[in-house]
Ligand binder design. Sequence first.
Ligand code: ATP
Length: 335
Amino acid sequence: MTLSNDKAILSIDGLELHFSQGGGVFRGKAAKVRAVDGVSFELYAGETLGLVGESGCGKSSLAKAILNLHRPTAGAVIYSNTDIAGLSDRAMRQYRSALQMIFQDPFESLNSRHTVEVILEEPLLIHKVGDKNSRLQRVAELLAMVGLPPSAASKYPHEFSGGQRQRIGIARAIALEPEILICDEAVSALDVSVQAQILNLLLDIQEKLKLSIIFISHDLAVVRHMSDRIAVMYLGQIVEIADAESIYSSPRHPYTQGLLASIPRLGEASPIEAQISGDLPSPMAPPSGCRFHTRCQHRQARCEHEAPSLQAGDDGPHLTACHFWPEIAAKQANS
Ligand SMILES: Nc1ncnc2c1ncn2[C@@H]1O[C@H](COP(=O)(O)OP(=O)(O)OP(=O)(O)O)[C@@H](O)[C@H]1O
């Protein structure tokens, strides 16, 4: 898909989500967890933007801040010419149908005391869609769309396998015909063979509904399969964003290079620790300057005190937040 001329359906600008140490969104002056710390990007209509990074780098927090499930500490989320960041639940209601999320564990996110019919009818009821008959017809349609038989309607979530439950989660997320879907580790809990079925279902549904998707996963092979563009996140910030092909064929940020080198090849795992030294620093006290400098084998004095911003090279919209990526790339090309 060509994206350079595409229209942004969502613009994120300087988004921050800070938590207080004991949980809950940070509001005061005590120590804070900078889970999301100045994130800006655009999501184009119809694209899938992959979001990758180590566990704890802030991917889920970013998703929740975008959807206002945790009210952001600062920044803007522009959808349909409106800044929806920080809207009250009531004001947010009119946007909820357009922006939906699929979670990792559909068992936890589906009410176990309700039948599938009740679960799928609920969003339609909340948004006052149609009468009882048309809602039940819509439930039947949704089940067919996600490849479940009509008999699924009268069953409870525990009667289904993990993959089937994720199909129910997807049916619920698309019930109101959203424009934007955020999938947070949507297949991570599933067996590999089932993962492929759910990923293909998502691709089918994306095409039918013309969805724009933010696809979060720690599995870089899965992200590559799904994404048009990829954003790489480190300690609450985006360090590189480009089309998927460029990210995988010529990663520029040393962190992205380490992440990609940790993809298992021919069954041999190469954990992230083997590629990037040291642990992820605490988001309560992120390093000064470039946040990655404490783990970067290419660091120079400037990296310790000057934070790099996301900058394009001469070759189009491949953005990298590293002072020295051209020098690093040149060195790598000559080695
Ligand atoms: N409700 C909360 N209260 C306090 N800190 C939180 C809260 N939610 C997340 N955090 C912290 O924010 C940071 C980012 O967490 P987040 O879950 O967003 O990362 P992630 O990249 O999605 O990781 P994972 O892949 O493990 O889910 C972590 O340090 C985490 O401990």
